[in-house]
Design a protein around this ligand. Structure first.
Ligand SMILES: Nc1ncnc2c1ncn2[C@@H]1O[C@H](COP(=O)(O)OP(=O)(O)OP(=O)(O)O)[C@@H](O)[C@H]1O
Ligand SMILES: Cc1cn([C@H]2C[C@H](O)[C@@H](COP(=O)(O)O)O2)c(=O)[nH]c1=O
Length: 193
């Protein structure tokens, strides 16, 4: 079957759009499974949560390895969903690591290699949200990677740069939820088998 990755900065609407897409697929008689990364329920996920919440310190190499390891923890589940012919929707996938990792000073090829061998996506949809909208959608409880506006602007620019390089679809996520969904649906409908 196929893997659709929904990407974007904090509060871009990834969870909202993953659910709306899953509901739309149901109307097309297609079953889907949503995976969200990081998955904070796994052993590695718990360490990631501690890091993002400021309870642990890790060097960039370590935290980005952990973020990739967290996907490897779920690789059999992903394969099982694909084997059941489900459309797999990823609320963030390894593309997040490429963006955040390079902004944290790591090498793009090195980051790509951490996830090499995991099921490959068929398409990536970048929800391109204005940093100001991300911040107004969530004021409190921003994690370590989300608090700093300069860092946020670098993330937003790097998303756009890598979208060009890897041919990701870009949707303006500062629009109303239903308008964003319509564009996501149009992109997916063109590719769905
Ligand atoms: N297009 C939109 N316009 C306004 N608000 C939105 C839009 N899409 C989502 N929201 C709201 O923004 C908040 C974050 O949405 P959501 O959880 O879907 O984003 P996310 O990208 O998964 O966030 P995070 O990466 O921080 O977990 C929610 O309160 C949601 O209702
Ligand atoms: C999967 C993944 C995530 N990140 C970063 C991106 C965010 O700052 C956090 C996750 O926060 P969320 O609110 O739960 O979406 O982690 C990353 O750097 N690399 C990754 O692979």
């Amino acid at each position: 079957m196929m893997i659709i990755v929904i990407e974007g900065f904090d509060q871009a609407g990834k969870k909202t759009q993953s659910k709306l897409l899953s509901d739309f697929l149901k109307t097309q008689n297609k079953k889907s499974t949503i995976f969200s990364f990081p998955d904070y329920t796994t052993p590695v996920g718990k360490e990631i949560k501690n890091f993002l919440g400021g309870k642990r310190k890790f060097a960039p190499q370590v935290i980005h390895c952990l973020l990739a390891a967290n996907r490897w923890e779920k690789s059999q589940d992903i394969k099982n969903a694909l084997a059941k012919n489900h459309v797999v929707i990823m609320n963030r996938y390894y593309q997040s690591n490429l963006v955040y990792g390079t902004v944290n000073g790591l090498d793009l090829k090195w980051l790509e290699n951490l996830d090499r061998g995991l099921p490959k996506e068929n398409m990536v949809i970048l929800l391109d949200v204005k940093v100001s909208d991300s911040f107004s959608r969530k004021i409190k409880k921003r994690d370590r990677f989300e608090k700093d506006k300069t860092f946020a602007l670098k993330i937003a620019n790097t998303y756009r740069k890598l979208a060009k390089k890897y041919h990701w679809h870009i949707v303006n996520a500062s629009q109303q939820k239903d308008q964003v969904h319509k564009q996501v649906r149009d992109i997916v409908s063109k590719h769905i088998r």
